[in-house]
Ligand binder design. Sequence first.
Ligand SMILES: [Zn+2]
Length: 446
Amino acid sequence: MNFISHHLLLLSITTLFLFLSISAAEEDPLSSSSIVSRFQRYLQINTVQPNPQYYEAADFIISQAKSLSLEYHTVEFVVGKPLVLLKWPGSNPNLPSILLNSHTDVVPFEHHKWTHPPLGAHIDSHGNIYARGSQDMKCVGMQYLEAIRRLKASGFEPVRSVYLSFVPDEEIGGHGGAEKFAESDEFKKLNVAIVLDEGLPSPSENYRAFYGERSPWWLVIKAVGAPGHGAKLYDNAALENLFKSIESVRRFRASQFDLLKAGLKAEGEVVSVNMVSLKAGTPSPTGFVMNLQPSEAEAGFDVRLPPTADPESLERRIAEEWAPVSRNMTFEFKQKESIYDKFGKPALTAIDSSNPWWNLLEEAVRNANGKLGNPEIFPASTDARYFRNQGLPAIGFSPMANTPSLLHDHNEFLNQAEYLKGIEVYESIIKSYASYVGRDNFKDEL
Ligand SMILES: [Zn+2]
């Protein structure tokens, strides 16, 4: 048998298997294998930044909506970046609705550092599904849909309307997606009571849930000073001034890190400061001029503030200690996000009895035999902040327990058993949320 006919035979066998597996999927859309194969199909769509194939993803999501008899339409707040909105209408349209949000884009990858192709969705012998987006967060988007598939099959009918938004561009800041959506009239018309968005995997058996997130302050501090001979010792050289600041920043960083190391605070509860850039030196054809102290120098820092921090005192610290005028220092923010919502309150979702949605979530996870850890502040940023900014409660939750966190890492994977378990958890949550007829939140009492 020559190479070509061997391949033809393989090809026809593969086609036969494909045909068989497709017909099997058509026979029982609720079988584990068809659920997992739909997840694989979504993972295989190239929605990698900076050139996500958004229309391909939208077509796929709409095909799922059709198979579930959900209402659907797309909105383009930015041309070429479709946001797909699905609706499962509730029996009481007067009650505020539930919004299940997920982003369709994923971050890039270094292909050769992966064990399996990052867009292949290969399943290994342990049942681990390898793909970019398997944790962040194509899993969640599909789990919402699969939970609805199961609820529909069981005959469940929601009282509140359930919306699903599949938004673009989260991985590049959400400005062309969730930010515009949350501020739109379109969004106001949905009359949303509670938003679910992404969380993080947990290496333990407890799921993680997030009720706030830290705000990024991207800070650049600049020093100027008289240039001078490399051999001369003198005060107020630009780099000397900058280094005094860097020492001060590092002392603050250590004090925050100590709280974390001692277990007194969680990762999302401290102010993190990390130096991300350092710029100085007078270029020469062979590198830098070595006998000249430069007249300018700057350093960049990624600072993250929890909503519980005191932004005024940090800003004072920056002006007085990190970039004081007395050392000829200046500073600017490349980005500075407020820790407050648009009503001037810290952007935190209540996690006590004042917020019925929190209690319902806890109970629903328990009813699905899941365990929930203590609620946390998300250490980085997600689209949930745009909804919290509107004064809405938003909970970050991705049901992945017993899973190492591999967001944005090589070899991102999710075990299929864990994926299937997560669908049951969402089934329980959506059922509970969509049936709830009590008060919406504490603001009703104001
Ligand atoms: Zn994400």
